[in-house]
Write a protein that binds this ligand. Structure first.
Ligand code: PXG
Length: 290
């Protein structure tokens, strides 16, 4: 594998960053996870835009333009002969001193890894997933805004540990008010009486790119989509529930905190959206190979 670091390519063995990088010392940095389907980078522009929004929010200057970054992502895929896969794009604050001050970090680092991902076992997509609510609440907007895809994922990791302790793969995070925010690496949707609902971004969800795609394809196929505040009660009494994310894609949920959702099997609306999503990944994206 060839890994891009600051304009150069390294083997896995030689791809290294300094122990003084504030990305390591303080989780001071940002990232994106991007999919490649059928020789195309899916929603590349949207991911790069979100990276720049995250950077702006934490006053981090990415030392490349949108266009340069897009080219570097595509070139990294090309060099690794990626046809279907996963790209991890990371920008760290760079090498600094022992001490928080980010101004001591003069050169942010850009890292691009293009490889594979299999987030969840295949049979879960057929059977549906069981999830739990974590007692760890989502970060407050006024503390670390959940819209920032930062390298500081401890809030999510603590909830993920709760999920695995409960024998599950994912956990719902509530915000400080008790409304549903999202899962540790996925947004959440429910279907009720033929309508699609997902928590508003103000509830503490990431501006999920898969979330956006699903809302668009749902509306195109005539589903009404709304973003009200949702509680656990709404999830428990939904007809269907599913999660969305770049890694997870669309994952049906059939049980939450021991409550069976709908029929206890992946629902029809979910199935239709999965098919529409699949179809979109076949034709959409930035071509890697001309
Ligand atoms: N919420 C959070 C907290 C996320 O980290 C999503 C929602 C879904 O957003 P997108 O834009 O991907 O639809 C994410 C994304 C991994 C992994 O390695 C995690 C994500 C994406 C890809 C891989 O666990 N999270």
């Amino acid at each position: 594998m060839k890994i891009y670091i600051d304009g150069k390519y390294y083997t896995e063995k030689d791809a290294k960053i300094s122990v003084f990088d504030h990305g390591l010392l303080y989780g001071d940095g940002i990232f994106e996870g991007i999919r490649v389907y059928h020789d195309r980078v899916f929603k590349l522009k949207e991911h790069i835009d979100r990276l720049f929004y995250s950077a702006k929010s934490i006053l981090l200057t990415i030392p490349m333009t949108h266009g340069e970054l897009m080219k570097a992502v595509i070139e990294t895929c090309r060099r690794n002969k990626v046809r279907d896969g996963y790209i991890r794009l990371v920008v760290t604050r760079g090498v600094g001193t022992l001490g928080l001050n980010p101004q001591r970090c003069k050169d942010p680092s850009v890292i691009i890894i293009a490889g594979k991902i299999q987030l969840y076992p295949v049979e879960l997509y057929q059977r549906g997933m069981e999830i739990v609510t974590a007692s760890t609440t989502r970060n407050l907007h006024s503390a670390l805004n959940p819209a920032i895809k930062s390298l500081n994922y401890l809030n999510n990791i603590l909830a993920k540990i709760e999920a695995t302790n409960a024998g599950c793969e994912e956990a719902i995070l509530l915000n400080a008010e008790g409304f549903v925010a999202e899962c540790t690496g996925d947004n959440v949707f429910i279907v009720k009486a033929g309508h699609l609902f997902t928590p508003p971004l103000s509830a503490g969800a990431l501006y999920g790119i898969t979330r956006q795609v699903v809302m668009e394809i749902a509306e195109e196929s005539g589903l009404v989509v709304s973003e009200p505040n949702l509680t656990r009660y709404d999830l428990f009494n939904a007809d269907e529930c599913f999660l969305t994310g770049t890694g997870a894609e669309l994952m049906p949920v059939v049980k939450i905190d021991g409550r069976v959702i709908g029929t206890g099997k992946p629902g029809r609306v979910t199935g239709r959206l999965v098919a529409q999503y699949r179809a979109l990944t076949k034709v959409n994206g930035e071509p890697i190979y001309d």
